[in-house]
Ligand binder design. Structure first.
Ligand SMILES: *Cc1c(COP(=O)(O)O)cnc(C)c1O
Length: 803
């Protein structure tokens, strides 16, 4: 290490910057990983292994160094070398920027999957885009969110392997022509108007407890010709650089979800760019080792993470039919055997569609193929459901109402082998609601694979205190026992330990340690003193109305008012912590962030509260901040309107770190509660059926307001400007929406939510009992490892041959 630092920087190891230390350590790890990569690839090739290709517009990887050092078992050597040079190893790790190439849960899931694919030794590639600017940085000014570009590549990326030899052309626009091939057959051929080059940048994903690795291949766009020399010679520099700018725009930014119509065209181009480059790459690899493409699906599973890569369907058809001359039937058979698709949301506004006119202009041949596919599909529907023309219209790939649009979820369903939801409830609702028609036509195609998270990052690395306790009780790596890091079901062995007072004491000590670290961070970043012994009540996730941060805030206000009424009573001290980003165009979500800050100013500044209630908003939520928050939480807020949260994965990270959950009967909360024991969960509110019935009966939110003095007082205070005295009307609209529509049923669940919060207070007053329940929560989390999730995918979806 010391030698490498000198060679990297041209300076003595004790005279270089922390950035140089970080870069050098990363390069050292990358060199080891590159060898493992070569070995992995060679073995897979010799075995003729079937590979998984995971296509995703988002990979929310976070930092890589701590994980790489752990996987390579080099953390000890690194710490020793750094300390010998008088450098703080923790400071070095802090210098690494987050790779924030995702918005939230969906992108983080993809990152956890890569970790598990590598660890389980599944031959696999992740495919994504190399965005220059990832998820925006969130700043708070005057209580309001400001977005700034996240310039994560500014100082270069020490992890990536540039692969200039891996280059593919991706077309856009132009026209389609008919020609006669050498055998006299008539064929169609796309003549794109522009070609953009895609070049590969590989990030090597280390496996744990194995020398195998996975690869995240990210595509970079560049123009076919760097500059237009004729234009340059005329002195028209803008025209000379136009193609370069157009190509590079593809890699500029990760689109925030909930985005507006602006930039939709660019988004479509990004999606196609990812899909086309990835498919060309995997086809080229297949042809290196196999004689033709009629065996493609035997060797390649191609997975679509949501519908963002759904253009893989027509692009794979085009490559097989137009370029490699398979027949329609043979090409479609390969699609249906190779492709699979995960649905991540039932929210109708999040289901992707693209205007036919836009597809016609950008991807004319793909639109033809979609029409042909649709015609064949609708024939199939008519044959099996004769006379049901309404079913035909509803299941058509083309939405004919108004501006004609292509529906991407149905496109993914009809050309896939399997379609899965991400928790039992979500998968069930998926076939009962949004995809009910398709489930009637192709019932066996639908299945469930419940999400999971990697215990390496989210427990072993994020929570060394708890990891040490688990090692002491379960045996760590090298103890001869299977390591819980890769065999998470071993957590079940903690169940008897929940009855061991010494274990409970140690568990509480580990938690207090983590809370003290977080209190220090909050003090440093926000200047707020926090009591580490208070109940840390944490809600961290994207800000969205269905996730109901506002319900949480209503509880905070109610508690504040109750404390002010009876300041002498012995209140259980609470620190309520929020973190999360709002999509830049999502006005209500941004207002919720502002309200959190307004309430925080009043509550934290009121002497009557006397520190027994603190409200904290930590800016710029992302993977690295999350790694500090999950280990320090006592109470996990998972309070979505039932039926709206597909699975959640934050819920799993909390419980794995020994937090108790207050939550609705939604997503994976249900399976977690069943694994842990319902009596060890604070479940409240309407379930999905209750939500449906409440709406069907004509929900009247105002009745709750009129019947509950507590609720009325909370909403009146917000509406009348108690928290925004300088602008008393600021939240009148927000409260008005709750009283008139309350789309997400906050008022219906309010009373039950407060009752559940009171139960949490009561248990927290008995630390030993709390610790027992926390231990049982951890013990029940064994099956929420992404290793289990990936095994399920391998068996039921990708159908890789067993060892
Ligand atoms: C786990 C995670 C999420 C997903 O959280 P949910 O509570 O499931 O929405 C989002 N962002 C980051 C940074 C995460 O680590």
């Amino acid at each position: 290490m010391l030698d490498r630092v000198e060679r990297e920087s041209g300076r003595a190891p004790d005279q270089t910057s922390l950035e140089v230390w970080m870069r050098t350590t990363a390069h050292a790890c990358r060199a080891e990983l590159a060898q493992r990569l070569n070995h992995t690839m060679r073995t897979d090739r010799q075995r003729g292994a079937k590979r998984v290709h995971y296509l995703s517009m988002e990979f929310l990887m976070g930092r890589a160094l701590t994980n790489a050092l752990a996987a390579l078992e080099l953390d000890g050597s690194f710490r020793e070398a750094a300390e010998r040079a008088g450098v703080d190893p923790g400071e070095v790790l802090e210098r690494e920027p987050d790779a924030a190439l995702g918005n939230g849960g969906l992108g983080r899931l993809a990152a956890c999957f890569l970790d598990s694919l590598a660890t389980l030794g599944v031959p696999s590639f992740g495919y994504g885009l190399r965005y220059a600017y990832g998820m925006f940085d969130q700043r708070i000014r005057g209580g309001q969110q400001l977005e700034e570009p996240c310039d994560w590549l500014r100082d270069g990326n020490p992890w990536e392997l540039h692969r200039p030899e891996l280059r593919f052309g991706v077309g856009f626009g132009g026209h389609v022509e008919t020609y006669t091939d050498d055998e006299g057959g008539e064929r169609r051929r796309w003549r794109p108007a522009q070609i953009v080059r895609a070049t590969a940048y590989d990030f090597i994903v280390p496996g744990h407890g194995t020398e195998r690795v996975a690869v995240l291949r990210q595509w970079q766009a560049s123009p076919d010709q760097p500059i237009d020399f004729a234009a340059f010679s005329r002195g028209d520099y803008q025209a000379a650089g136009a193609a370069k700018l157009a190509a590079e725009t593809l890699n500029w930014v990760l689109y925030p979800d909930d985005s507006t119509d602006a930039g939709r065209r660019l988004r479509l181009r990004q999606e196609f760019f990812l899909v086309s480059a990835s498919l060309q790459d995997l086809i080229a690899r297949h042809l290196e080792d196999n004689t033709g493409l009629s065996s493609l699906a035997e060797r390649a599973a191609i997975h679509l993470n949501d519908t963002h890569p759904a253009l893989a369907v027509p692009e794979l058809l085009r490559l097989l039919i137009d370029v490699h001359h398979l027949s329609w039937d043979a090409a479609l058979a390969q699609c249906r055997a190779a492709l699979s698709y995960t649905n991540h949301t039932l929210l109708p506004e999040a289901l992707e569609t693209w205007p036919v006119a836009m597809l016609e202009e950008l991807l004319p041949r793909h639109l033809e193929l979609i029409y042909e596919l649709n015609a064949r599909w609708l024939d199939h529907v008519r044959r099996h459901f004769p006379g049901d023309e309404e079913l035909v219209a509803r299941t058509s790939l083309v939405d004919e109402g108004g501006q004609r649009r292509v529906r991407m979820a149905p496109l993914s369903i009809i050309a896939s082998k399997r379609v899965n939801g991400v928790s039992k409830l979500h998968s069930q609702l998926m076939v009962e609601t949004i995809f009910a028609d398709y489930a009637k036509i192709v019932p066996t195609r639908f299945c469930n694979v419940t999400n999971g998270v990697t215990p390496r990052r989210w427990l072993a690395q994020a929570n060394p205190a708890l990891a040490a306790l688990l090692d002491a009780r379960l045996g760590g790596a090298g103890s001869g026992e299977p390591d819980w890091r890769t065999h998470l079901d071993r957590l079940a062995e903690l169940e008897p330990l929940a009855e061991d007072p010494e274990f409970r004491r140690e568990l509480l000590a580990a938690k207090l340690h983590n809370k003290a670290l977080l209190a220090k961070l909050i003090r440093r970043n926000l200047g707020l003193p926090i009591d580490p012994s208070s109940l840390f009540d944490v809600q961290i996730k994207r800000i969205h109305e269905y996730k109901r941060q506002l319900l949480n805030l209503l509880h905070v206000v109610a508690r504040y008012q109750a404390i002010c009424d009876e300041p002498e009573k012995s209140w259980v001290p609470r620190t309520v912590i929020f973190a999360g980003k709002a999509a830049s165009a999502y006005v209500t979500a941004k207002q919720i962030i502002r309200l959190i800050h307004d309430v925080a100013r009043v509550v934290n500044g009121d002497p009557r509260v006397h520190g027994r209630l603190r409200l904290v908003f930590l800016p710029n939520y992302g993977v690295s901040l999350a790694e500090r928050l999950f280990p320090a939480a006592d109470l996990s807020e998972q309070i979505s309107t039932a039926g709206k949260e597909a699975s959640g994965t934050g819920n799993m990270k909390f419980a794995l770190n020994g937090a108790l959950t207050i939550g609705t009967w939604d997503g994976a909360n249900i399976e977690m509660a069943e694994a842990v024991g319902r009596e060890h969960f604070f479940i409240f509110g309407l379930d999905a059926e209750g939500v449906r019935a409440t709406r069907a009966a004509g929900y009247a939110p105002r009745e709750h307001y009129e019947q509950s003095p507590t609720l009325r007082r909370v909403l009146d205070a917000i509406a009348e400007g108690v928290f925004s005295p300088g602008e008393p009307e600021r939240y009148r609209g927000l409260v008005g929406q709750l009283l008139e529509r309350d789309t997400y049923l906050l008022l219906a669940d309010f009373a039950d939510y407060l009752a559940a919060q009171a139960k949490a207070d009561a248990l927290f007053e008995r630390p030993d009992d709390w610790a027992r329940v926390a231990a049982l929560n951890i013990a029940g989390m064994g099956s929420f490892s992404s290793d289990r999730t990936i095994r399920d995918y391998v068996e039921t979806i990708w159908e890789l041959p067993g060892e």
